[in-house]
Design a protein around this ligand. Structure first.
Ligand code: AMP
Ligand code: MG
Length: 518
């Protein structure tokens, strides 16, 4: 099998743990060498055609035994040099100390023909020094979810880590899915995820918390040089420009989530990428009926810290933690505040952009933010499907829309009738606003179609693919992925994938709620 070229800069340029292997320990370095633990019977269940092509794997290579062995953790390609990285993090608002890659093992950094650097990382490949009390493994259900959502987000145009492959291990993994004292064996799997960098806010927080400014500085210099090579300047000015860039990217990422109804579910600082990529797909979910207070994560059901509507401010809270971690690099931390201000500014700009694009306006004027806010209020009160409503808004007659055009987006006819006057009033305002907008009708629809996806990875759709795969038929994964490759296009014959959540999925585990157990 062809092997990509590897150039393992993280290992080469940052200080490593003198000990290799998975013995649990506190580590005063950036990484620890550790090999994947072999599995019984690796079998490829799905792959991303785009990612395979980018990395130079042919269809034949993908189908080969060697591919499943490599990306199931049983074999290495020339140049791979596996390691786990060290980071800390704030979990649910509290400092958690050393966490690290407890079940992620990086195989190496490749440089693709395109010149792009890609780190290949197995998730679920066995114990590392950072596994704490856990097993380093991942179950099939959560691996399918990570695989599908990574690629779905990419095709939606939202910054994300990617996924190359999904391999069944042939080994069982024991999980207590509902944390109710009923552990059960489930099939295990491994995703090979791919990103230019898997560096997280928590990588900087850990040396900060330990007072290790030397390591903090080396990590910052390394990250800037490898992952932000376009940044200019030196010293504090460079660090400041870098932090501002992280803030801007984070704002763009979260605005993307808010546009399509994605709820990350565990926005701990160890799950925040320095490149502003969506990372660590765990108990995430997608908004069906519009509800800013919804979180899919049952572990967070009490405080709902990571609810849909709070994501922009939680991202800012996380950036404040990062600013604090970087503060030893500054004599005067004032420039860090400028970065945080840049977050607020960029988020506000992206939010206005979302309004303009989702509503089909050439620009977002003062009253338009309110127009959108009022729509959100109505959608929440009347239990309206977010994706279906906005998509229907693309196709209505923009001078004569009626509520009947949106009938299929309502979950409850009673609530629809109750809020009919509200919606009719809103549609009248909207039509008047459109009449006052210079965009030509065709261009308007184009603009709206590109901002309002027809297909999103609804929780129940992923769960159906999981149920099928668990019963032995993995084809549902590739089928669903194929739909998600063109989320903004109408795909005749695939209407079922654009349907609203069926009633049975309202309260079913995996569809409406997910635990962190994965
Ligand atoms: P998460 O909430 O999934 O982002 O995980 C938080 C921390 O727990 C990270 O350090 C993970 O590597 C670690 N972790 C989660 N699940 C496992 C597992 N099954 N085995 C080892 N470490 C894990
Ligand atoms: Mg994590």
């Amino acid at each position: 099998m062809h092997s990509p070229r590897f150039d393992n800069l993280f290992l080469r340029e940052l200080p490593g743990d003198p000990e290799a292997g998975p013995r649990l320990r506190q580590v005063d370095a950036a990484w620890s060498r550790v090999d994947p633990t072999p599995v019984a019977a690796p079998r490829l269940l799905a792959h991303s055609p785009e990612m395979a092509m980018e990395l130079g794997f042919s269809e034949n290579a993908i189908r080969s035994k060697a591919f499943a062995e490599t990306f199931g953790g049983n074999a290495l390609l020339p140049g791979m040099d596996p390691y786990a990285t060290n980071y800390g993090g704030h979990q649910f608002g509290h400092w958690a100390g050393q966490l690290g890659d407890g079940r992620a093992i990086t195989l190496g950094e490749t440089v693709a023909a395109s010149g792009q650097r890609w780190e290949l990382q197995l998730k679920g490949a066995g114990r590392t020094p950072y596994s704490r009390s856990a097993d380093g493994r991942a179950v099939l259900r959560s691996s399918i979810r990570e695989f599908l959502c990574s690629e779905a987000m990419h095709h939606l145009g939202i910054p994300t880590t990617r996924a190359l492959s999904l391999v069944a291990t042939g080994d069982d993994v024991v999980r207590d899915m509902f944390y109710d004292g009923h552990p059960a064996a489930e099939p295990g799997a491994i995703v090979c995820r791919v990103a230019p960098s898997f560096i997280r806010f928590g990588h900087f927080e850990l040396p900060y918390a330990r007072g290790d400014v030397a390591l903090l500085r080396r990590l910052a210099d390394f990250t800037i040089a490898r992952d932000f090579p376009w940044l200019q300047g030196q010293g504090e000015a460079l660090y400041c420009g870098w932090f501002t860039e992280i803030c801007r990217r984070t704002a763009e990422m979260v605005a993307g989530w808010m546009r399509v109804g994605f709820v990350h579910g565990v926005m701990n600082t160890d799950n925040m990428s320095i490149l502003g990529l969506t990372i660590d797909y765990g108990p995430y979910g997608w908004i069906d009926d519009y509800d800013p207070d919804w979180t899919p994560n049952t572990t967070d059901a009490q405080g709902r810290r990571y609810r849909f509507g709070w994501q922009p401010k939680i991202a800012q809270w996380n950036l404040v933690r990062l600013a604090q971690a970087l503060s030893p690099l500054f004599d005067d931390p004032a420039p860090l505040q400028a970065g945080l201000d840049a977050y607020a500014e960029r988020y506000a700009a992206c939010d206005r952009d979302n309004v303009a694009h989702k509503l089909g306006l050439v620009e977002c004027r003062e009253g338009d933010v309110e127009l959108m806010r009022d729509l959100h209020g109505l959608m929440h009160a009347a239990e309206v499907d977010m994706t279906l409503f906005f998509r229907a808004l693309v196709d209505v007659e923009h001078d004569a829309a009626t509520l009947a055009d949106f009938d299929h987006a309502f979950y409850d006819a009673g609530k629809r009738d109750q809020h009919r006057p509200g919606f009719e009033g809103w549609l009248a305002r909207y039509c008047a606003r459109i009449a006052d907008d210079p965009l030509q009708a065709l261009r308007r629809r184009e603009r709206m179609r590109a901002a309002n996806p027809k297909y999103v990875l609804r929780n129940y759709l992923a769960q159906q693919a999981i149920d099928r795969a668990t019963a032995g038929d993995a084809d549902g994964i590739a089928e669903l992925l194929d739909v998600m490759r063109r989320p903004y296009e109408d795909q005749p014959g695939r209407e079922a994938f654009a349907a609203k959540r069926p009633e049975w999925a309202r309260t079913k585990a995996g569809c409406s709620m997910l635990s962190c157990s994965s």
